[in-house]
Design a protein around this ligand. Structure first.
Ligand code: MN
Length: 312
């Protein structure tokens, strides 16, 4: 399959690269990195990267204009996107052939050709393995993009998905002389308002005797801090280090509903998420309740799941 994808790339005159909606550093890094490598290797081909922009990741670069993308006869490569529904821009299916390259479980094999490897940390890492195998030269700009993707998806090399191979790829990327100070500054500097909001979250964590942490954020509060529910939801990981906590939830009230972000360090919590109109991964899920006073029902169920679990 890998060789077939290489052949498809070499045959195509136009290659349009997509990735998932609301992109993270891995989605953008793999997309822009691959664009750069292919443009460098095939200057005669039209290579485009399309999709919406996340304002906070503007520093990584800009997408190409969709109106310049000519899908007729094009090869479309979709990166970092497990399901059809999550692809940013459904025009992806207007191409002649479609390729999927991803590291999420293959729930929806929507492409004609694919490489899906759940053993790698990120799509960026996977692409470096592939490009090495194909003998394609990395550029310095691409090395920076792939590094950003790996850093993002591994939480700066701390998640379990970080392997020896991840570090080997990181070493290869560092050899290009990329500026990691610049990268970390851009990725992790925070606005004063969001630090204040984070301060609120840290001040208001509740921890149950069963080991469930939670914070409730009302609409009024979000307004007071000038934060959107999307910005606030990123704070779900800000208290993950709390001692004695097995799993936790962040409740975010919006005009329509209350969104619940649930995370875990051990107990499987996606069952609870399902009970409350949600779902997700065993250790990271989302749910929805109608009113903020129902938060106690979610906490109650998390308490039950947490007390049945103990760390080895
Ligand atoms: Mn990823």
């Amino acid at each position: 399959m890998k060789e077939q994808i290489k052949a498809a790339i070499e045959q195509a005159k136009t290659i349009i690269i997509h990735r998932h909606e609301r992109p993270d550093p891995d989605a953008l890094g793999s997309q822009y990195g691959l664009r750069d490598v292919l443009r460098n290797r095939f200057p005669e081909k039209e290579i485009l990267a399309v999709g919406g922009v996340a304002e906070s990741l503007r520093f990584m670069g800009d997408p190409d204009h969709l109106k310049e993308a000519h899908y007729e006869g094009a090869l479309v490569i979709v990166l970092d996107t497990a399901n059809k529904d999550r692809i940013d821009l459904k025009s992806a299916f207007e191409g002649e052939r479609i390729v999927k390259i991803d590291h999420h479980p293959d729930e929806d094999p929507y492409a004609e050709l694919q490489v899906v490897d759940t053993s790698v940390s990120s799509t960026s890492e996977l692409l470096v393995h592939l490009l090495n195998e194909w003998g394609y030269t990395l550029t310095k700009a691409a090395a920076l993009q792939f590094y950003a993707g790996i850093v993002g998806d591994t939480g700066r090399f701390q998640f379990r998905s970080t392997t020896r191979k991840t570090f080997e790829v990181a070493a290869q990327l560092l050899d290009h002389g990329i500026d990691t100070d610049w990268l970390y500054r851009n990725m992790y500097e925070t606005e004063l308002a969001s630090l204040h909001l984070q301060g609120y979250v840290l001040q208001h964590i509740e921890l149950t005797p069963e080991g469930v942490g939670y914070v409730i954020m009302t609409q009024e509060l979000l307004k007071q801090f000038g934060a959107t529910p999307e910005q606030a939801s990123l704070l779900v990981n800000s208290f993950s280090g709390l001692k004695g906590m097995k799993c936790w939830a962040l409740f975010l009230e919006t005009p329509e509903e209350v969104r619940v972000r649930i995370r875990s360090k051990g107990p499987v919590i996606n069952g609870v998420a399902k009970e409350f109109d949600g779902g997700g991964h065993p250790m990271a899920s989302g749910a929805t309740i109608e009113r903020i006073d129902q938060a106690k029902d979610v906490v109650k169920r998390l308490n039950e799941v947490a007390s049945a679990y103990s760390f080895e």
